[in-house]
Design a protein around this ligand. Structure first.
Ligand SMILES: [Zn+2]
Length: 579
């Protein structure tokens, strides 16, 4: 009964979507006014796989500049405004009567009346980070109307406009490539790597149990391989591929990947829409171990058992090839962009029966390993030194859990605890608790779990002291230990000093840094009244912009800035100035 209802619902929804609402054929359902003027150049495509997420929108280039005019794609009203130092930075959501919401992110600034509205709320709530839901009557917009200026705010790596089209009722992002937006694409996707994987310990490539890169050759835009790969057992393949939309566009992701084995389609992954809850499956989609080791992003054309992303359109044996001795497998991979261009490459696998002595890569790093942990169960381990709890469905596949307890590194408060294998991805965080016997009582509030990054630098994994343990939620495997953060953040004034005349300055700027636990909060006051400092964490900046509406001119003022890290270490800066 419920199933039937869903089916009908889907049918009606598709009917509405494809015809009544848009008057467009199903394959180009959105009639969107371009959000930027001039030629639309892309720096990111919809559904492209990032290190730990699928991209929910399109990134438009803004000529390397901030301050380009941004236009509403359809009539409607500003339904939501977000401001924050990370993520979207400054963002506007516009709800349209046609069932869609468009999102414009990393903005530099809003229109003056919207800026004022946001600032009123920031002063009322005494916070920079804000998330406002608005009524239809507050800021109605017309199709094509100027709504904001593009920027580089939040977690943006360079000036651009992040643009999303969502279904309003469930906030599911849809692929804006299928619209009337004129995105000229005249280039085919590039294939620049091919990998062959042994899926289990009893599978081999050229006699060894290690993933192997295959040489890719190119001739006039055609890709090919020349080697026959001898394999045994259960085999997967992977491809490194990008799309360059047009000259001057940056590297984007491909839209669709198909894999044929002896002319049968055994894998097809393609993303037209997905829910934000699915985004983390990116860590299972890509070769996670290779990203850890080299940063290379290879699409694995096989599915981990607990990867439930909705983008798998076809799948035979989860994309795995069960090799029979002396059989030939002609593998063909076809990658396509959303604008009708594709590239392909062939690969020949030959079944063999290797005389294997011992599997030489499966070296359990310690004698301490547990029976297989099934991904669909809760799993836990408690030792004298630590305890781990991994909730069900946090792993993508079953694992043989391993751990080790190693000598402590300098100035830490526990042994080095090696939790499983850093090359294995997790879908959700797990609980790690390390025994805190060596932490002096007075330091327990400052204790946290840390790890060392690739460069050997100690970085916080968070957590806090509770009942004899330091406990944290972590979403990766690796080496962990207890350390303490007793050092307050550093506040460095960039353009202010005591009694300075600030009349020539537009803002008061500080550099703020914290060495370990990170900055948790900041608070600025002028003449003992809270003032808005804008946070730009990627540049370690806090900025107060002079505001003649709220601050009287031609006076001596006093400024206080207080910055607190996640372990309650506080720094304060104060001075007088003229403005
Ligand atoms: Zn983006």
């Amino acid at each position: 009964m419920h199933y039937k209802f869903t089916t009908w619902f889907t049918a009606i929804y598709l009917l509405l979507f494809s015809d009544a609402l848009f008057g467009q054929p199903a394959n180009s359902p959105f009639d969107l006014h371009p959000p930027l003027s001039g030629e639309l150049l892309l720096s990111g495509s919809f559904g492209e796989v990032r290190a730990s997420s699928f991209h929910a929108g399109i990134d438009f280039r803004t000529d390397g500049k901030i301050g380009q005019e941004v236009f509403a794609s359809e009539q409607g009203y500003i339904s939501r405004i977000r401001v924050g130092g990370t993520g979207f930075g400054k963002a506007i959501y516009i709800q349209h009567p046609n069932g869609l919401t468009t999102v414009y992110a990393h903005l530099d600034r809003f229109l003056p009346e919207v800026e004022n509205y946001v600032k009123e709320h920031q002063y009322k709530q005494k916070t920079f980070d804000i998330n406002l839901w608005l009524k239809p009557s507050e800021f109605p917009v017309k199709r094509g109307e100027l709504i904001a200026y593009s920027g580089n705010t939040g977690s943006s790596g360079g000036p651009h406009l992040h643009y999303e089209v969502r279904s309003t009722k469930n906030q599911i992002p849809l692929n804006p490539s299928f619209s009337n937006l004129e995105i000229k694409d005249n280039l085919k996707p590039v294939i620049n790597g091919l990998w062959v994987y042994p899926i289990d310990e009893l599978s081999y490539i050229h006699g060894i149990n290690i993933a192997t890169e295959v040489n890719v050759h190119q001739n006039k835009g055609s890709y090919f391989t020349t080697d026959t790969i001898e394999v045994q057992g259960v085999i997967g393949v992977g491809v490194k591929t990008y799309d360059y939309i047009n000259k001057g566009s940056l590297r984007c992701g491909v839209y669709s990947i198909k894999k044929y084995v002896n002319n049968t389609l055994t894998y097809h992954f393609c993303v037209d829409q997905f829910s934000f809850a699915e985004s983390r499956y990116a860590t299972s989609h890509l070769d996670y171990a290779l990203i850890q080791q080299s940063g290379k992003r290879v699409h694995q054309l096989f599915k981990d058992p607990n990867n439930r992303h909705s983008g798998f359109k076809s799948l035979v044996s989860n994309g795995r090839i069960h090799v029979k001795p002396d059989s030939i497998y002609n593998v063909s991979i076809e990658v396509a962009d959303a604008y009708g261009h594709s590239s392909s490459i062939g690969l020949v696998l030959k079944g063999k029966n290797f005389e294997i002595k011992t599997p030489n890569s499966i070296t359990i790093p310690t004698e301490l390993s547990d029976p297989a942990w099934l991904f669909y169960n809760d799993n836990s381990k408690t030792t004298d030194w630590f305890s781990v709890f991994i909730p069900k469905n946090s792993l993508y596949d079953n694992i043989q859990f391993t751990y080790d307890v190693l000598a402590p590194i300098d100035s830490t408060f526990s042994p080095l605890i090696r939790i499983h294998n850093p090359n294995i991805a997790l879908h959700r965080p797990y609980t790690l608790a390390i025994k805190a016997d060596s932490v002096p009582d007075e330091l327990t509030p400052k204790a946290l779990i840390a790890t060392q990054n690739g460069k050997g630098k100690i970085v916080s994994a968070g957590g806090k002291y509770t009942q004899g343990f330091v406990e944290a939620q972590v979403n990766f495997f690796g080496d962990f230990f207890i350390t303490v953060d007793t050092i307050a953040p550093i506040i460095k004034p960039l353009n202010i000093s005591n009694n300075r005349n600030m009349n020539e300055e537009a803002s008061i700027n500080f550099e703020v840094r914290d060495s370990l636990s990170g900055i948790a909060s900041f608070e600025g006051a002028i003449d003992n009244n809270w003032v808005l400092f804008e946070s730009d964490p990627k540049n370690n900046l806090l900025i107060y912009k002079f505001d003649s509406k709220r601050l009287e001119k031609n006076q001596k003022h006093n400024l206080k800035l207080r910055v607190t890290d996640h372990k309650d270490n506080v720094s304060e800066f104060s001075c007088s100035f003229y403005w």
